[in-house]
Ligand binder design. Structure first.
Ligand SMILES: C[S@@+](CC[C@H](N)C(=O)[O-])C[C@H]1O[C@@H](n2cnc3c(N)ncnc32)[C@H](O)[C@@H]1O
Length: 391
């Protein structure tokens, strides 16, 4: 195996279990290293730090696979996947769909695998992980015993790694639609089309927490609803729900999910959420609970200011159209806009709108998307649930 030596600063970061080496943190390396090769990572002083894989085309040039000196082989992959699978066994009591491998958070950088009621959806984002593909597939079949595996490796990141996108059924059979259950609510998931690897699994716990505030007869707005996750849980509690999203395919799924659960038809609107909220403010419509779950507005630090403006507008509009004592759940799926930023924003909006906002919940991604303290980017989904109080 080739050897690569990192700077002092990077050595310290790896010792504290950070698992990336940036290009400018490489102090010296074996010239024969090829992209995708596995490397032995050494500190500036020559001590063993870990084993990773290399891609000179990527700013994140080395990703760590192991902090132990061991061979990376079929047994390694089987152990990693088995460990990730067992870690999620508690979630199986709430749902039959959850993420079983979450990249760095499971020490398998570049690999994501979701389980949907017997089927697996797989995404390989890096060249180094691509090289481990046969072991990954074998381990998944042995551990999860799926009926089929579909690949959805269409991430932009693959292009940065010099890889073509890859997709389709790669093992067994995967039907067009799989029906899964989440705490008694059924969802039809189109594994061949849907966004991400199929469904927003990371919001599972938050859908449950937010539905805990719903009472029969409440008027709920599920804005940026995708397949209707929050709204469907609210319907189960006896609310009526207005679903809003700009994606046709998402709204088709909402309608299918209403039918699938035997719920009465609800209002479903295809709209840009910003235009929709503006129009609602101008109208006399009022809600008891609003969910705002937009896509990531700040993928980089530079985009944070714009993201805060956008989210500020959404939250201010929600506060305006909420009844007194009404509740708003605001989410950010960007590492750069976390709980602190959401609370700062809420304080500002409360002042601007002349209301008090009571903090009911501080939320993050569910346990199948682990937040590893030494890998800050694994903290990427934040939410606040606020009650509007007008005195
Ligand atoms: C994070 S997902 C929502 C997930 C959903 N709440 C759930 O629990 O499954 C964001 C959604 O926002 C939609 N979207 C993105 N930009 C939008 C916009 N400007 N107006 C309305 N919907 C938008 C996307 O189509 C996507 O369905």
């Amino acid at each position: 195996m080739h050897t690569l030596r990192v700077t002092k600063a990077s050595s310290h970061k790896l010792q504290s279990r950070f698992c990336w080496v940036y290009r400018n943190e490489i102090a010296a390396y074996d010239e024969a290293i090829q992209d995708g090769d596995r490397v032995r990572i050494e500190s500036h002083g020559g001590a063993f730090l870990g084993i990773g894989y290399y891609n000179g085309a990527s700013e994140i040039t080395v990703r760590v696979l192991s902090f132990e000196e061991r061979s990376i082989d079929a047994a390694f992959m089987a152990q990693r996947i088995e460990r990730a699978w067992h870690k999620r066994s508690d979630l199986a009591r709430q749902s039959n769909a959850y993420r079983i491998v979450h990249a760095e958070a499971d020490m398998l950088p570049g690999l994501m695998v979701d389980y949907y009621n017997g089927y697996l959806s797989l995404q390989i984002n890096t060249l180094g992980m691509e090289r481990l593909r046969p072991w990954i597939i074998d381990a998944l079949i042995a551990v999860a015993q799926p009926k089929g595996i579909i690949e959805k490796s269409d991430a932009k990141m693959r292009r940065k790694e010099g890889l073509e996108s890859a997709g389709g059924v790669i093992w067994g059979e995967v039907p067009q639609r799989v029906v899964m259950q989440e705490r008694g609510v059924a969802f039809e998931v189109d594994l061949h089309a849907g966004q991400k690897t199929g469904f927003y699994l990371d919001q599972r716990r938050n859908r449950h927490v937010v539905s805990g505030y719903v009472r029969g007869g409440m008027r709920v707005l599920d804005c940026f609803c995708n397949a209707g996750g929050f709204g469907l849980h609210a319907l189960r509690e006896g609310a009526s729900v207005h679903f809003v999203d700009m994606s046709d395919s998402a709204l088709v799924q909402v309608a299918q999910n209403l039918t699938c659960n035997g719920f009465a038809p609800q209002t479903i609107t295809k709209a840009d959420a910003f235009d929709f909220m503006e129009a609602q403010v101008a109208s006399a419509t009022r809600y008891d609970l609003i969910v705002l779950d937009p896509p990531p507005f700040a993928k980089t630090k530079r985009e944070v200011e714009g993201a805060m403006k956008g989210m500020g507008f959404l939250l201010a509009s929600a506060v305006k159209i909420l009844e007194d004592q009404g509740i708003v759940a605001l989410f950010s799926c960007s590492h750069h806009v976390g709980i602190g930023e959401l609370l700062t924003l809420a304080l500002h909006v409360g002042t601007q709108e002349g209301v008090m906002l009571e903090v009911l919940e501080l939320l993050r991604a569910d346990a199948d998307h682990p937040y590893i303290l030494s890998i800050p980017n694994t903290d990427y989904l934040s939410g606040v649930v606020l009650r509007k109080i007008s005195f």
